[in-house]
Design a protein around this ligand. Structure first.
Ligand SMILES: Cc1cc2nc3c(=O)[nH]c(=O)nc-3n(C[C@H](O)[C@H](O)[C@H](O)COP(=O)(O)OP(=O)(O)OC[C@H]3O[C@@H](n4cnc5c(N)ncnc54)[C@H](O)[C@@H]3O)c2cc1C
Ligand code: FES
Length: 355
């Protein structure tokens, strides 16, 4: 029989039940007790918390995300840590105004679309058997045929919580992509998933102009944010400028380009700026960081949402900080993968740099 322990989360004082084979973060998110998290695989360090009392198994926390000194000080990465008895943990539990907490649930979905939208990029659309309310920008964990899980950002608007659109890039040799989504997955297949996850989401209380910067399939959560904004802008009286950058290597990577060019014509507050590093588009060529630095030598007074490879996200963050945008106005989602987990090169270290 599986033993269950009680985890108290301070400073909330909330108590949740956590099975010995369950991570502390999973138990909290399923009970609607929100704690900061991003990768949910022990890589980024966002879910770091202090264990005030009790025994905990630190699990597969990356040695780069949880340093030896932090382990000695009693810290844990709650996304991979499991209880070995009753626990008291202290985390950062503040939730920004306007951000809803949607408890994580297990779901099943049927593949209704599987479309090659760019070289090595597939759009996967799932119809869920029951609604999964989520905030624009959040992600789901897909369960692979062997039981392993991988996170993928939701690309559609939260207004249709029974439908989940994902943009998946192929990783050579990758278990989820090369060996499943790009190989055996077919329209009509049933897929297990859980969600919603993630701290990276639209912040309604930040009434400011917006920069959306995505590289590759990092476009996905920004597409969700933009879709929601497009649906609600008229009634909410939205007037701030929203600029979307999509960074790719070659023109054929600019998937959904026509959609954004059309939106640019329709929405007076929206502009779409492709950033293609190896060939010119609309008379411009360059990496997203270069074009952004050129267009915004001063970015203060805005809020930025960055998403894509951890390296691209960090580089873009540096550009924006040089342009006088404070880290608190830069929200980030790095698409960490198994290689990042092994190398630990892109861990969030500074307490100033929050998601
Ligand atoms: C919050 C979040 C959201 C994400 N959203 C998206 C999204 O919307 N779209 C998207 O395309 N991706 C997204 N990702 C990335 C995605 O979750 C997967 O990591 C990615 O698809 C690769 O999965 P895979 O199983 O195919 O590859 P994996 O099997 O995980 O391998 C990835 C790469 O690492 C190499 N590798 C594997 N193990 C090791 C090791 N031990 N040492 C060194 N190298 C190794 C593999 O050869 C491969 O090239 C997201 C990631 C996060 C954290
Ligand atoms: S969310 Fe736990 S380390 Fe990234």
């Amino acid at each position: 029989m599986t033993t269950t322990y009680t985890v108290r989360v301070e400073p909330l004082g909330a108590e949740v039940s956590c099975r010995e084979d369950q991570t502390v973060l999973d138990a909290c998110l399923r009970e609607g007790v929100w704690l900061p998290h991003a990768c949910t695989h022990g890589t980024c360090g966002t879910c770091k918390a202090i264990v005030l009392d009790g025994d905990i198994d630190l699990g597969s926390a990356s040695p780069f995300a949880l340093l030896d000194s932090e382990r000695e000080e009693g810290c844990a990465l709650l996304c991979v840590a499991r209880p070995r008895g009753d626990l008291v943990v202290e985390g950062e539990v503040d939730i920004e105004d306007g951000v809803e907490v949607h408890p994580v649930r297990d779901h099943r979905g049927r593949v209704v679309t599987l479309e090659e939208v760019a070289p090595d990029v597939r759009r996967v659309v799932l119809d869920l058997t029951r609604p999964m309310p989520f905030n624009a920008g959040q992600y789901v964990q897909l369960v692979l045929p062997g039981g392993d899980t991988r996170p993928y950002s939701i690309a559609n608007s939260p207004s249709d919580p029974r439908r989940i659109e994902l943009h998946v890039r192929r990783h050579p040799g990758g278990a989820a992509t090369d060996r499943w989504v790009f190989k055996d997955l077919a329209v009509g297949d049933e897929v297990a998933l859980s969600g919603p996850y993630g701290t990276f989401s639209w912040r309604p209380a930040r009434d400011k102009p917006v920069l959306l910067v995505g590289t590759g399939t990092g476009l996905a959560p920004l597409a969700s944010i933009l879709a929601q904004l497009g649906e609600t802008a008229a009634t909410a009286g939205w007037e701030h400028e929203v600029v979307l950058y999509h960074g790719v290597a070659t023109k054929d990577g600019l998937y959904d380009r026509e959609r954004y060019e059309r939106l640019q014509q329709e929405l007076p507050w929206f502009s779409y700026r492709p950033a293609v590093s190896r060939e010119p588009v609309n008379g411009r060529q360059g990496r997203v960081t270069d074009l952004l630095a050129k267009d915004f030598p001063r970015a203060s007074g805005r809020v930025a949402y960055l998403c894509g490879s951890p390296r691209a996200v960090e580089d873009t963050m540096k550009v924006l900080m040089r342009a006088r945008l404070f880290p608190r106005d830069i929200l980030r989602e790095g698409f960490f993968d198994s290689a990042d987990r092994a190398s630990g090169t892109h861990v969030v270290r500074s307490p100033l740099i929050r998601r």
